[in-house]
Design a protein around this ligand. Structure first.
Ligand code: BJW
Ligand code: ZN
Length: 232
């Protein structure tokens, strides 16, 4: 059984990583549009770098929770049949042990040079505009996908969604496309669809089943269900 799991900010909430649309989608009084658009970066580069620097630094002190760990355990049992597509830029899936992960909105611990296009593993700050290790230009920005930019690895994601027997969405509001449209794609190709979320998402009607509650409870319990059904 081929499974695609789409994760969003809600899966990392219990690790202490704030979601976007809680706190009214504000960061220190700034809207998501101010800090997560190319236009926002052009007009206030220091503010945007500080926003991502603060999140990169915060990441060091948080740990994967039971939901990340359960997904990594499922991959261990079904190494060829599980793909995690995450909208999150944290590295908690990897730290829990998941390997088959696509970061469609990029990664906090990566910097992208706008001069030479090189991507560099990055754990320090960017607000001081350090030189790119590849070309020396001071053009590094967070390697993340802002509104108006094209998410990463869309071809691979859409191919996996088309092949999936089961599409599961965990901890995402369903407010941001194209991720919010994957469930309809999965349905069109005949997959079963399941939502695991604290509250019904905006696309709730597209799921055959919605289980409501915290990811740290719902994900391990769903993984147990899958493993039990495999052993029949
Ligand atoms: C729990 C929980 C717990 C809490 N347990 N659950 C009009 C219509 C349609 C589309 C558009 C439109 N106008 C513009 C667009 C396109 C635009 C878009 O979607 N805009 C919408 C606002 C309408 N999209 C884009 O621009 C995208 N690009 C694009 O479309 O390119 C064109 C193209 C696509 C494909 C092929 C070819 C061309 C790019 C979108 C980039 C989004 N970037 C961000 C920032 C990334 C970097 C960063 O992290 O800072 O991505 S914005 C932000 O939102 C971030 C997230 O990944 C993303 C989704 O948020 P998420 O994860 O759903 O979090 P929340 O906070 O919204 O929800 C949390 C959920 O968890 C809630 O439901 C809680 O209940 C739940 N929860 N605690 C379980 N313990
Ligand atoms: Zn460079």
């Amino acid at each position: 059984m081929k499974i695609v799991v789409l994760t969003g900010a809600g899966i990392s909430a219990e690790s202490g990583v704030p979601t976007f649309r809680d706190a009214d989608g504000l960061w220190e009084g700034h809207s998501i549009e101010e800090v997560a658009t190319p236009e926002g970066f052009e007009s206030q580069p220091k503010l945007v770098q500080e926003f991502y620097d603060a999140r990169r630094e915060h990441l060091v002190g948080v740990q994967p929770n039971a939901a990340h760990i359960a997904l990594a355990g499922l991959e261990e049992q079904l190494p060829d049949d599980l793909l995690v597509v995450t909208q999150n830029i944290d590295d908690l899936h990897e730290r829990a042990g998941s390997r088959n992960v696509i970061h469609m909105h990029g990664e906090l611990n990566s910097a992208w040079c706008r001069a030479c296009d090189r991507r560099t593993h990055w754990t320090r700050t960017l607000v001081d505009f350090p030189p790119c290790p590849g070309c020396g230009a001071t053009e590094l920005r967070p390697d993340v996908v802002w509104f108006g930019e094209i998410p990463y690895q869309m071809d691979r994601i859409l191919a996996a969604v088309a092949e999936a027997d089961l599409f599961v969405s965990v901890g995402t509001s369903g407010a941001v496309y194209p991720a919010a449209g994957f469930v309809q794609q999965a349905l069109r190709y005949g997959a079963k669809t399941l939502e695991l979320n604290l509250d019904p998402s905006e696309g709730s009607v597209w799921f055959h089943e919605s289980r409501l509650g915290p990811a740290s409870v719902l994900v391990p319990s769903w993984v147990d269900d899958v493993l039990a059904s495999q052993h029949l």
